[in-house]
Design a protein around this ligand. Structure first.
Ligand code: HJL
Ligand code: ZN
Length: 168
């Protein structure tokens, strides 16, 4: 039996996604992967910043794709997620956005309204204090029962990609 991909392999896939985000001075280039580890085809969706039309975030794109596939409104994406779903994202999910759009933390938490929803979040780096001060994303997820796990070792690459569009 083939072994299932490791946390590092999923995070590397998220980083490959992040590289596809268009560099922009006003946000970070982030990649995300939604995974059902027990499934035969464990990758449910991949996404990157600005992938879908509008000012979209990586995690948001994953959830929008799930909803679209299941013909559900975006806020009901959780109904289509297997009970062991976890999220890999190169950067801590946002808890505040300069644009005022709904933060990804709230998008993650609302998947849990209908049953299991997203169980764990694996992140590559915490959000640098550049746009919204200290991001409380990790704290809010943990306060609401979502386990948050840091996958270390890729910080340098993740931050280089995330800040590609920023003035040096
Ligand atoms: C995460 C993303 C992304 C960010 N964070 N986790 N995934 N772009 O895809 C966080 C950053 C916001 C800014 C600007 N970036 O994106 O704080 O314009 O991008 O709503 O606050 O806000 P908008
Ligand atoms: Zn976000």
């Amino acid at each position: 039996m083939a072994t299932s991909p490791s946390h590092e392999e999923y995070m590397r896939l998220a980083l490959e996604q992040a590289k596809q985000a268009p560099p922009k001075p006003t946000n970070f280039c982030v990649g995300a992967v939604l995974v059902s580890p027990a499934a035969k085809d464990p990758i449910l969706a991949v996404g990157h910043t600005m992938e879908l039309p509008g000012n979209t975030h990586a995690e948001q794109c994953c959830l929008q794709k799930i909803a679209e596939q299941a013909e559900l409104p975006e806020d009901e994406a959780g109904k289509a997620l297997p009970p062991d779903t976890v999220l890999y994202t190169t950067m801590e999910p946002c808890n505040m956005r300069l644009s005022g759009n709904l933060p990804c933390v709230d998008r993650v938490l609302r998947t849990r309204r209908y049953g299991a929803g997203i169980q764990k979040v694996y992140l590559g780096v915490k959000e640098p204090e550049k746009f919204v001060g200290q991001n409380q994303g990790r704290r809010k997820l943990e306060d609401n029962g979502v386990e948050v796990i840091h996958i270390g070792g890729m910080e340098e690459d993740i931050l280089r990609v995330a800040t590609a569009g920023h003035e040096k």
